[in-house]
Ligand binder design. Sequence first.
Ligand SMILES: NC(=O)c1ccc[n+]([C@@H]2O[C@H](COP(=O)([O-])OP(=O)(O)OC[C@H]3O[C@@H](n4cnc5c(N)ncnc54)[C@H](O)[C@@H]3O)[C@@H](O)[C@H]2O)c1
Length: 380
Amino acid sequence: MKVRNIGIILNGVTGRMGTNQHLVRSILAIREQGGVVCGDEIIMPDPILTGRNAEKLEQLAVKHGVEKFSTDLDAVLADPYYEIFFDASGTPHRIPFLERAIAAGKHIYCEKPTAVVASEAYRIADCAEQAGLKNGAVQDKLWLPGIRKFLALKEQGFFGKILSVRGEFGYWVFTGENPDQPAQRPSWNYRSEDGGGMIVDMHCHWRYVIDNLFGKVTRVFCKAATHIDQRRNESGEMFPCTADDSAYAMFETDTGVICQFNSSWAVRVRRDDLLTMQVDGTEGSAIVGLRKCWVQHQKDTPRPVWNPDIDSPLNFYDNWTEVTDDKTYDNAFKIQWEMFLKHVVADVPFPWTLREGAKGVQLAELSWESNAKGAWVDVP
Ligand SMILES: NC(=O)c1ccc[n+]([C@@H]2O[C@H](COP(=O)([O-])OP(=O)(O)OC[C@H]3O[C@@H](n4cnc5c(N)ncnc54)[C@H](O)[C@@H]3O)[C@@H](O)[C@H]2O)c1
């Protein structure tokens, strides 16, 4: 088979997501497996790392055996060998980077949120489309094993008519005040001026999760909160939290499925996973986690009777069955990367575009509008 090398600019990948999910678990993993088979070709991604700090880039490149890195993004963009520009830099920097890459005629792939405000997210989608460039935004949750298992059962009609969804997302993110318990997420996430905040972060995800699994989002009601008002940054200094660390939201859909999502960095976990969605349908229910999915069919549904005077005779964790199959599930980011590469090289359809990504930013913005008004807001 003929090998088709494809030059990819990986921008802002010294960060958490860029390094772990995109460089190591996706691009390098694809190279290690011998590329992506596409028709009679093998697509082989050939990365160059770009960013501001040459020392950090070099360290990352050496550690992972990447040959090329540069702090001169303009020069790299001017090189026609590189066909794809990928961005995982901080959210406020995304649009200026994408604009430069579009002007240089590169196909565009990037992390979510694609912008901080919806008008910019739609504008950049327009720009990429008008320039005739292939484009995509990360929607990784769609390829989580738990969600794939749920979708397979949904397609078989296991749940009957789906009625409602209760999503619980989050965990305790340490404030960093106690030296023995350092914060486990970058501090910018808690500063709105740096693109942080639970709503802009997670409602982007909930938009494509709900749209793809349950029905198109038509209305939102949201209450935002900043429960923890100060944290310690990477330099050890205290800073005021200007972004929301929690969001309590309801979403209506065009299928009638009502979805509630609690998202919080200020909760302690007593549930099956860091994200769980309880899906209740007329014939059965599911608890969808990141990797696992448990179901309870109508025939296994217990018959509780309300009696607080005695301990419950029922263990409500019984009668749930873990969904098992003989499939192997690859890394969700890598699966989407492979599809984007096939889209660029062979025009294989790729519906997870910048325009779809913009819908996530729109939902975040409308969630804030709902919070401000204390009212339901239509999602067009
Ligand atoms: N898909 C997901 O599940 C998911 C999860 C977490 C974060 N993200 C998104 O990924 C992006 C990065 O988040 P992270 O957690 O990796 O943050 P991070 O702080 O670890 O990384 C940010 C990266 O951007 C770089 N950067 C910042 N400003 C830059 C500039 N002006 N020019 C060039 N590079 C610059 C930093 O050096 C760093 O490499 C964010 O947009 C975030 O919303 C997505």
